[in-house]
Design a protein around this ligand. Sequence first.
Ligand code: 2F8
Ligand code: CA
Length: 359
Amino acid sequence: MKAAEKEAPDAHFTVDKQNIALWPRGKCSHCSSPMGALCPDHSLLVNNRPLLLFLSEPPPEQALSLHLKKHLTIRVVLICLSLVVVASIVLQAILYPWFMGTISDVKTNAQMLKGRVDSMSTLGSGIEKNSDGVKVASFQIQMVNASLDSVHSQVLILKAIVGKANEQIQSLRRKWEEVNHLNDQIPELKRDLDKASALNAMIQALQNRLDNINKLLRRQSDILQMVSQGWKFFRENFYYFSHVTKTWYSAEQVCVSKNSHLTSVTSRDEQEFLYKIAGELPTWIGLTKAGSEGKWYWVDDTPFNKDSVRFWLPGEPNNMGSNEHCANIKVPSLQSWNDASCDNKVLFICKRPYVQSEL
Ligand code: 2F8
Ligand code: CA
């Protein structure tokens, strides 16, 4: 039996027009009917399992029930299968785009990865090629590091300088504040300065007046001092009228010893002043022509004015005896000069200009 089951080929139906045949043909072990023919109970064994077929005759009630159950089962199975198929289609319809998208993303990512791998490969080859460049770059980096160290030290120095500069800035700021404070005081100081300027002007005027007074006082003092020594003051000159007689030259020596010279006469007023004091006695003046080849000149270097001819006595100078080379005031009048011998001893007049004495 088991051997027969093992040898038995798979059962199947063939449909020829309205005939259904079961293959392979043989004997039914159930009813000894030839294989493929219906058994008397309308059952058919296939692989030793009864197969019920309902053809033209209705099956009995129990067989019908089984048949319905099988039919229902088949229908349910078919429905389930349909549902599965439909679900599968629906799922495919839903999932297919997602799968496709995912696949596309995967492809894209794969391409990107490939590109990156390629670029990495390129980079790797580039790195190999540029190993010398890396060495140079490493050296340059070392150099840069050294430079950075130098820069760092310089930065520290600059920081110190900046610190000092900040201190100076603070100091300057304080001074600036002081300057501002002083600036605020400027208007008041300006007013004070104006007052001080006015006072200074007044003081300066007073000082000038005081200086003038001092000058006058000194002048008075100088004049008094000279007068006390026998000098007379007339129009900014001192005159000394001697009380002794001297030759002209000796008289000049006396005058020089008194820081003066025999007098010159340069104006009518001076002439009047002199002759009135000289009086009736001949008195030497500083006019001579000694050593000048006949030209009259003043011994104090005053330029000889030709107008002075008006002060000669009428008929003078006559150079009597060809020995009269010095002049004197002979009489008390405007025309009073006479030339006489320089060796005559007569009175004389010294003249000294007034000079303001130093303090
Ligand atoms: O008459 C003029 C004449 O008078 C005197 O001489 C006599 C004078 N001599 C003396 O004064 C020394 C002359 O000089 C003068 O010209
Ligand atoms: Ca004379």
